[in-house]
Design a protein around this ligand. Sequence first.
Ligand code: FNR
Length: 219
Amino acid sequence: MEKQKHSSREHTSFLIFSASLRNGSLNTRLAKLAATVIEKHGGTVDFADMADFDCPTFNQDLEVDNYHPEGAEEFRKRILANDAFIISSPEYNGSMPGYLKNIIDWTSRFRPQPFHQHHALLLSASPSMAGGNRGLWALRVPFEHLGTRVYPDMFSLAAAHEAFNEDGSLKNETLAKRFEDNLVAFMNLVEASKHYPCIKKAWVEFLGEKPTKETERVE
Ligand code: FNR
């Protein structure tokens, strides 16, 4: 994909990984395509291998002497080192993979809690016609609970085993444009939040109302 000039775009960096450990994973292909699109639009990519975040099964009894598994330390470090993160996750039985939830649980035990106020975009790929979208709704729950700003638009690639060209791009041009638009919209939000925070801080409780002392909220 051709890299474009972005003189008007401020710097943003993205941790991107596939939540599949499988060789030949469809989600890894989608995560790699997301990385290509982000770089094309001037973002910096930190592409991670999910295996680097691997943690033992969570057990609160292990939490002695401020113990955190290495995988959780690494996940925390990479979240904090970037402006936002993007996960492409498989759907297992209508939900997220168990090991992904396990890593989220371990990483949520640091203080300050690293997911808080970080932006996230959720992607999925599946051979099914729903593209793993139900799994992403499940994945939103712990992240939103932890204060992550989960981007409203999620992208789920249906029939993913037939969706890619040899070079990793999507065969369907309409879908490819939609994927790119979704990522660029997310990049715009992350850029605005990082570089123009005053614009993002105030909001009105109910659309259409004039800001008053009662309806205006400031973070
Ligand atoms: C699946 N798969 C699956 N697919 C789906 O769309 N909805 C589902 O609920 C499930 N459930 C499910 C459970 C388990 C235990 C496995 C192993 C698989 C199929 C899954 O989408 C497919 O294997 C993908 O290829 C997995 O993603 P990766 O590894 O290719 O990225």
